[in-house]
Design a protein around this ligand. Structure first.
Ligand code: NAD
Ligand code: ZN
Length: 351
């Protein structure tokens, strides 16, 4: 399956079992074989896929260099990017060369950010290997790193030249990260439906993973094409994230995975919408049942005053207003702007 993303620099997304084994040919369609490739992966993914991918690129004539960095969100920081820059410079990478990011969202964000900034920007290919990266982070061009002050505070919009999604790589992904990715998958079903949510309700996932990835990516593609730089409807992708981020922060980014936090955030927001008469009754209940099916939590013991307070201090909120993503019903979302002080009122009403 193929999709084309028509952003400022358009690119293809290929969703195909085994496509990582054909990366050489695919790269050959966009780069001259005189180009060099830097294959970047974290310490978990490197031994599984990096050499195979490098070998395939070499076969198509690309001189290939391998780079490994330590796995984990705690390494998604500028110090690691500096090391990537040095690696690229030592190997004389120029603007005609390219990076291949092989791994989860951490690798895509970091290698993508290195690509966005090294020599003021070189090209890169995304080879996402986690479910979250395949349905979300590899598409849309957001790259970046964390600061001690908060997640993703430094970054750049830099669209990849190609995204190669090989569902077979999910066979080595630990189960915890599958359910984590399912949190985001359910989000797509909630915001733009098209039968996706019903598929989740019917429990059809593993056997239909290629189509599910396609559906999710297609929803993201559609939104990103309309609003590449997140000034409007791209915010819809943040459904569940407003309260989800607050929960992650309250839990000190430990104990609650991102997907789990987003799941709880979606239930909370749906409850707020139902209480305020904005969301069809029963929506929160449907989201809860689907999340539970995929081993995700549906509530959290954090205090709502604390959640409201943490939400108000989120970097994404400007001025005294907050943009909340609400559902009219499953499959239909909208942006609802409220005053900071109104968040607690919504949460109280939803209790
Ligand atoms: N750029 C965006 O638009 C965007 C969107 C959502 C999330 N993100 C970012 O993505 C990151 C989270 O992504 P993630 O959950 O993929 O995290 P991750 O990259 O840390 O991957 C999760 C874990 O799975 C391992 N892994 C990945 N693929 C594997 C495979 N096929 N087999 C075995 N192990 C594998 C990784 O080494 C890691 O330990 C966060 O930093 C988040 O900020 C970015
Ligand atoms: Zn997310």
């Amino acid at each position: 399956m193929e999709l084309e993303v028509k952003t400022s620099s358009p690119y293809k997304i290929i969703i195909e079992r085994g496509c990582t084994g054909r990366i050489g040919g695919r790269a050959g369609e966009i780069f001259s074989s005189k180009s060099k490739a830097a294959v970047i992966a974290d310490s978990n993914v490197f031994p599984l896929y990096a050499e195979k991918i490098a070998g395939c690129l070499e076969k198509s004539g690309f001189k290939t260099f391998l780079y490994k960095f330590p796995a984990g969100e705690e390494n998604k920081r500028l110090a690691e990017i500096t090391k990537m820059y040095s690696f690229l410079a030592e190997n004389s990478f120029t603007r005609s060369d390219f990076i291949v990011a092989v791994g989860g969202g951490v690798t895509g964000d970091m290698a993508g950010f290195a690509a966005a900034t090294y020599l003021r920007g070189i090209k890169f290919i995304q080879v996402p290997t986690s479910l979250l990266a395949q349905i979300d982070s590899s598409v849309g061009g957001k790259t970046g790193v964390d600061l001690p002050e908060g997640k993703n505070l430094v970054g750049a919009f830099h669209q990849p030249s190609l995204v190669l999604i090989d569902p077979d790589t999910l066979s080595t992904l630990p189960e915890l990260f599958i359910s984590d990715g399912m949190g985001e998958a359910v989000k797509y079903g909630c915001i733009a439906g098209g039968g996706l949510f019903e598929k989740f309700e019917n429990g059809i996932v593993k056997e239909d993973i290629e189509n599910i990835i396609f559906n999710c990516v297609d929803i993201k593609r559609n939104i990103v094409e309309k609003d590449e730089f997140e000034s409007g409807c791209r915010m819809l992708l943040n459904f569940g994230h407003t309260f989800g981020h607050a929960l992650e922060k309250i839990h000190g980014y430990r104990g609650l995975t991102h997907g789990a936090a987003v799941g709880i955030g979606m239930v909370m927001m749906a409850k707020c919408g139902e209480a305020a008469g904005l969301t069809e009754k029963g929506t929160a209940g449907r989201i809860k049942s689907v999340l539970a099916k995929y081993g995700l939590p549906v509530c959290d013991s954090a205090d709502i005053e604390k959640i409201a307070e943490t939400t108000a201090s989120d970097k994404k909120n400007r001025g005294d207003k907050i943009n909340l993503v609400m559902l009219k019903k499953i499959g239909e979302s909208f942006i609802y702007t409220v005053g900071r002080k109104d968040v607690i009122k919504l949460l109280r009403a939803a209790q």
